[in-house]
Design a protein around this ligand. Sequence first.
Ligand SMILES: [Mg+2]
Length: 134
Amino acid sequence: MFRMPDGPCCYVDVDDTLIKWSVPTGDEPENELVTVVCRDIKQTFAINKYNLEYLEKLAVRGHLIIVWSAAGAVWAEAVVKAFGIEHLVIATMSKPTYYVDDIRDANQFMGKHVFFDENGVRTGYAPKRDLNEK
Ligand SMILES: [Mg+2]
């Protein structure tokens, strides 16, 4: 069994978070591109540089960074390697499809859930915790 170190921990999504799923047309000069090689297939994506910079900021401040994807750990690892940020990421994994807990509302035990738009503008957090709510 693998035991994660204790400490602040941040899970970062891949598709449409670190990379933009839309295929670049070449008409987006502001977009930097990254080529990801996964299972011997190369694909090019636009980088969401704001979220990548946010990941780097958290990592430098001591957060354990886990990059996860609904497409699986292999895909997440390929994207991490394409960015060359293996030194900042402690693990890649699939997004949970199931979890068991005595607390019904994940917002009560998960930390901040931060949302950014494609321009790096923070658009929200998960709903604030209401301790009186059943
Ligand atoms: Mg996504």
